[in-house]
Design a protein around this ligand. Structure first.
Ligand SMILES: NC(=O)c1ccc[n+]([C@@H]2O[C@H](COP(=O)([O-])OP(=O)(O)OC[C@H]3O[C@@H](n4cnc5c(N)ncnc54)[C@H](O)[C@@H]3O)[C@@H](O)[C@H]2O)c1
Ligand SMILES: O=CCCC(=O)O
Length: 489
C-alpha cells in the first residue's frame, strides 16, 4: 500500500520521469520505491532510469537549446515570472510533498518552498540584465564588444536535503540565461522535482527545456553520462565533496564548465563580548535547522572560556524544549534524519567525542525510526571526529577556546570552507575574523545567510562557483569578444 499525501492539486504528484515535456517510464519498466523518512511508509514508486533515458533527455535538451537559446531575455523573464506565480499558488501542496519525502517539519518545508521559489523571482529580474561591455581597443582600427551568451545544455545534480531549493537555484538561472537542462533528482526526494517540472510545463516552458531523470541504483552511470556527454556543456552539482571529486574527473575529458556546492564544516564562534541571548538563539537556528542536515549548519561550536559554561547550559536547556516528531504533525519543531546511514554517522560522532572525554548535556542517542535526539556535547576536544568531519545531523559539539588567534587557527584547520559564523559586539574583531576565516560566506551575528540575492558558495574543498546574487547567472553563460576591425577610413 502506498501513502501519497493528500494534495489540493493532485496533478502535482507525478510518478514518472520527464523528457521533452512527456511523462515517461524507464525503457525496461523498472521502478524504485520512495520512503517517507518520518514513518517508514511507502510513498510510491518512480522510474529507475538509466543511461539510455539520460541520453534521450540530453538529446531533447540539445534540440530545444537550438531555439530556446535564441529567445529574448524578456520572454524568459515572463516565463520565470509565470513559474514563480504557479509555485506561489501551489506552495502549501509543495511543502507537503517536501515534508513527506524529506521529513522536515511543515513550517520549514513552507520556508523552503518560499526560498526555492525566490530564485525564480530573482532570476526573472536578472534575465534582462545580462549586460556586456564595450572595451577601449589597443588598436585604432578596432572596436571591442563583449557579449554574454547561454552556455548550452546543463546537467543539474542535487541532494535530498532541500528537494525544491537545490534545484531551483540552478534551474532558474539556467532558464534566465537561455540554457536547457537535464535534472537528475536525488533518489530520496524525486517527487518535489517532478512537481516543479509539472509547474514548468504548466507555465509554458517549451518541450526539452526542462527534463527530469529519476534513478536510484543507476545514479553513478547516469551521473557519468551527464558528465561525459559532449552535448552537455555545464554541470552544476550540489552534494558531498567525495562525489564532487568523481564528477570533476568525469567532466575533464570534455572540459565542461562546473559549479560545485560541496560539503561544509562550519565553525560557529562565540566570543566573550557576544550578546549571549543572540548567540544561543543563533546556535539553535544555525545548528538544528533541518535537524542539522544543511551544508551551512554550524558543525563546530567554539565558545570563549569566560562565557562557555553559561552558553552551554542555556543551549542545552533550549534544546530540551524541542518537539521532535513527524513533520506533518502540529507542533513538531524538528523532524527525522533522512535515513539509517545518517543516524549512524551522528552516533559515531557522539561516541567518538564521549570516548575522548566529552560530556553529554542533552540527547546523545537514537530514538527509533529515523529519529536522533537533538544533542549537545560539552568539552569536545578539538581533534574529535565531529570537529574534523561534517556530521550533517543534530549534534551541537562545544569546544572551549581562549584567544582569537587560537580560534581562527582551529576554524581554518579543515580542508573545506563553506560558511562560518561568529558572535561578537566588537566591530574590529568582526572585521578581522571575517577576513581571516577561510570560507565563502560569513554570518556575523547572523545565523541564517541563505537568500536568492547573495552569492552562495564556498572555498577550498567546499567547491567553486556561486549560486544566487548577480553572480548566479554568469555560471550559465559564456563570455564572447567581438573585435570589429575596419573602423578607420
Ligand atoms: N554547498 C552546498 O550548497 C550544499 C548544499 C546541500 C548539501 N551539500 C552537501 O551534500 C552532502 C549531503 O548530501 P548527500 O549525502 O546526498 O550527498 P551525495 O554527494 O551523496 O549526493 C548528492 C547527489 O549526488 C548524487 N550522487 C551520488 N553518487 C553519485 C555519482 N557517483 N555520480 C553522480 N551523482 C551521484 C546523489 O544521488 C544525489 O543526488 C553534504 O556533504 C552537504 O554538505 C552541499
Ligand atoms: O544545504 C545547503 C543549502 C542550504 C541553504 O541554501 O541554506
Amino acid at each position: 500500500m502506498t501513502s501519497a499525501p493528500q494534495l489540493s492539486n493532485a496533478s502535482l504528484w507525478q510518478t514518472k520521469g520527464f523528457i521533452n515535456n512527456q511523462w515517461v517510464d524507464s525503457e525496461n519498466g523498472a521502478t524504485f520505491q520512495v520512503t517517507d523518512p518520518g514513518n517508514g511508509n511507502n510513498l510510491g514508486s518512480v522510474p529507475e532510469m538509466g543511461v539510455a533515458e539520460t541520453r534521450r533527455a540530453i538529446d531533447a535538451a540539445g534540440e530545444a537549446y537550438k531555439t530556446f537559446s535564441k529567445t529574448t531575455a524578456k520572454s524568459r523573464q515572463d516565463l520565470l515570472n509565470r513559474i514563480f506565480a504557479l509555485i506561489s499558488q501551489n506552495a502549501d501542496d509543495l511543502a507537503k510533498i517536501v515534508t513527506v519525502e524529506n521529513g522536515k517539519p511543515l513550517a520549514d518545508a513552507k520556508g523552503e518552498v518560499g526560498y526555492g521559489n525566490s530564485f525564480f523571482e530573482w532570476f526573472a529580474g536578472e534575465a534582462v540584465r545580462t549586460y556586456g561591455d564595450v572595451v577601449p581597443a589597443a588598436n585604432p582600427d578596432l572596436r571591442n564588444i563583449v557579449i554574454k551568451q547561454p552556455i548550452g545544455v546543463c546537467g543539474i545534480l542535487t541532494p535530498w536535503n532541500f528537494p525544491v531549493a537545490m534545484i531551483t537555484r540552478k534551474l532558474a538561472p539556467a532558464i534566465a540565461a537561455g540554457c536547457t537542462a537535464v535534472i537528475k533528482t536525488p533518489a530520496e526526494t524525486p517527487y518535489s522535482a517532478l512537481a516543479i517540472a509539472h509547474l514548468c510545463k504548466e507555465a509554458g516552458v517549451p518541450a526539452g527545456v526542462v527534463n527530469v531523470i529519476t534513478t536510484d541504483k543507476n545514479v553513478a552511470q547516469v551521473g557519468k553520462e551527464i558528465c561525459e556527454n559532449g552535448i552537455v556543456k555545464k554541470v552544476s552539482f550540489t552534494g558531498s565533496t567525495r562525489v564532487g571529486k568523481i564528477l570533476m574527473q568525469q567532466s575533464s575529458n570534455t572540459l565542461k564548465k562546473l559549479s560545485f556546492e560541496l560539503g561544509g564544516n562550519a565553525p560557529f564562534i562565540v566570543f566573550d563580548d557576544a550578546d549571549i541571548d543572540a548567540a544561543v538563539a543563533g546556535a539553535l537556528a544555525c545548528k538544528f535547522r533541518s535537524s542539522g542536515q544543511t551544508c551551512v549548519c554550524a558543525n563546530r561550536i567554539y565558545v570563549q572560556s569566560a562565557v562557555y559554561a553559561e552558553f552551554a547550559s542555556r543551549l542545552a536547556e533550549k534544546v530540551d524544549q524541542f518537539k521532535l516528531g513527524y513533520g506533518l504533525d502540529e507542533g513538531t519543531t524538528h523532524g527525522p534524519l533522512i535515513a539509517e546511514r545518517a543516524l549512524d554517522k551522528v552516533q559515531e560522532h557522539v561516541d567518538d567525542a564521549v570516548k575522548r572525554g566529552a560530556e553529554v548535556l542533552s540527547g546523545g542517542k537514537k530514538l527509533g525510526g529515523n529519529y536522533f535526539a537533538p544533542t549537545v556535547l560539552a568539552n569536545v576536544p578539538s581533534d574529535a571526529l565531529v570537529n574534523c568531519d561534517e556530521t550533517f545531523g543534530p549534534l551541537a559539539a562545544l569546544t572551549k577556546f581562549d584567544t582569537e588567534e587560537q580560534v581562527v587557527k582551529l576554524a581554518n584547520d579543515v580542508n573545506v570552507g563553506l560558511a562560518g559564523y561568529m558572535y561578537s559586539r566588537d566591530i574590529g574583531r568582526v572585521w578581522r575574523v571575517s577576513e581571516a576565516l577561510e570560507v565563502g560566506m560569513i554570518g556575523a551575528n547572523a545565523p541564517i545567510l541563505s537568500q536568492a540575492c547573495i552569492p552562495f558558495g564556498g572555498q577550498k574543498e567546499s567547491g567553486f562557483g556561486r549560486e544566487g546574487g548577480k553572480q548566479g547567472i554568469e555560471e550559465y553563460q559564456t563570455t564572447k569578444l567581438i573585435a570589429m576591425g575596419g573602423v578607420t577610413v
